[in-house]
Ligand binder design. Sequence first.
Ligand code: COA
Ligand code: AMP
Length: 631
Amino acid sequence: MTSYDAVFQHSIKNPEEFWAEAAKSITWYKPYDKVLDSSNAPFYKWFPGGKMNTCYNAIDRHVEGGRADQVAIIYDSPVTNTLKKITYRELLEKVSTFAGVLADQGIGKGDTVIIYMPMIPEAAVAMLACARLGAIHSVVFGGFAAHELAIRIDHAQPKLLITASGAVEGKKVLAYKPLVDSAIEQSTHELKKVIVYQRDLVKADMIAGRDMDWMELVGKSKPVGCTAVDATDPLYILYTSGTTGMPKGVIRDNGGHAVALYWTMKNLYNINPGEVWWSASDVGWVVGHSYIVYAPLLQGSTSVFYEGKPVGTPDAGAFWRVISQHKVKSLFTAPTAFRAIKKEDPKGEFIKKYDISSFECLYLAGERTDPDTLHWAEDMIGVPVIDHWWQTETGWAIVGNCRGIELLPVKEGSPTKAMPGYDVRVVNDDNEVVPKGTEGNIVVKLPLPPGTLTTLWRNDERFIKSYMTKFPGYYETSDGGYIDEDGYVYVMGRMDDVINIAGHRLSTGAMEEIISNHPDVAECAVFGADDQMKGQLPVGLFVVKAGVTRDGEEIKKELVKMVRDSIGPIACFKDASQVVRLPKTRSGKILRGTMRSIANNKEYRMPSTIDDPAILTEITEALAKMGYVKK
Ligand code: COA
Ligand code: AMP
């Protein structure tokens, strides 16, 4: 039997040989000239000279190769009471025809297209149709408000935007089109074309001359073939939260992405072509890009598209119902989903109602898996529960447990060991590797493996500054943690102003920028407080301008509304309080980390640079009043 160690060592000692072997799983129109081009590091290029098409690899070749009648996508939407199974043949027809629609609208190789859609198969059709033409898609998560969409429109400068009339969010029906209209109004980029997929549950008003109906266009269009692209050409831009209000546009290439994702399906997730795989996330997140759409389709397996929640649609048995009904082999979701199920069904009564004998493994990511959730899930479902750690930037796991190679013993609190391809180290602020068991900055020695970000969209400088500068020779993950004697990695959390709410990545810096715009606010700080259900929730403290005498509670309500309207409900910003002043260093830097420790009842050292230690007593009292500090 191959061991994890052997595979890992091979990937680190001879990455080119390792990934050349993996690249055989992809159909190339023209072979690549070399596996890795390091001549312009840190802008590494995987498989330069190679020509291929991601959509061809995800659909056409399966149809040609005997999987035409196999189900590619199972769309399960409990609230709309819809169940649709789409075979690879049907998917090819839908995608090639929609690619025809896009081509008719002048979309071609290198053009950018924004997709703002809920969890319906048409979202995948839109993504794959772009890939088919060599166009670059940028999917924006539906929980983001118009302002966030506008920021992305201005930065990605799309020729066209694709949306749906609305979404089912839990039991609520949300209209998307008014948000799209408002975003286009707020943006400076001139967006002339919008394609709208009308759903029965909500009808969108159309703006004449700009908006076009998806179904009408499809009726008039003809299927088109795949455009050959360079392996190094961009497949998509995915914006993710950084430390400021301007998100980072992570760029994924075509060739390296296809090779790496295909490799993970068997080696990490132990899924074989033809088997049913379910990633319960959303196409708007990286997990959705990689494991709802691209990886399972590249491999020729069946992907479940679930437009529902773990609870409330209709109950805490929803996941078990889906697993049993579709014979799901493995599920990937965020720990929050399991905490939500556990809260409603602590004894696992719902599980007993379903035959989940097809189920082999649960994969968790997006946030740290706390030991309680890990053990509860293990006890209830009796299959391995595997935590794995990754980021939008990497597109696939950095640390995990390669069950398809060798299942390593699970240690609670650790997502296990570095994935093949990732030389993970922990360094101190002077870029020195720290001894085993010592906490520090988690970094990855360059080059990163294929499938990881190649740069940031139209911002090479920010790419270098954000990831490649602080620790020369390494990729800076911005997560802190340690590696134990056995090589298990422990990820303790972000070292920057990014927080994780229910497995969703959000920027406290972006929230601060919005709050600072309130006419009465002089300064503010937003940081993450631990939350039993969602992992973290944002908390704001604000100081009002001199002369402002209004009630702080009233101002708070306005701030909550501002963040909800600007970033979206997904920011879950609901708690803020007025304080007289904020703790700062003598040079004026706000001590957010110290306030976070106070809110989370963690011990902290009095910062030596603090200008007035007495402020911390006031902050502790304010946070205690808000219910954060347990006395
Ligand atoms: N479109 C519009 N609004 C959305 C949305 C979407 N796609 N997704 C979420 N929202 C809204 C929610 O309706 C909610 O609004 P509200 O404040 O009006 O109630 C808000 O954003 C917060 O959503 P969420 O954090 O999802 O909280 P919730 O209470 O609705 O659900 C869970 C809690 C645990 C059930 C839910 O977070 C969940 O299923 N998590 C799984 C994690 C996951 O999928 N992570 C993805 C990365 S792997
Ligand atoms: P995102 O880019 O949205 O995938 O968020 C990435 C961040 O989520 C990481 O930098 C981590 O802080 C956190 N994260 C993701 N998975 C895990 C995990 N398994 N354990 C701990 N933190 C995680």
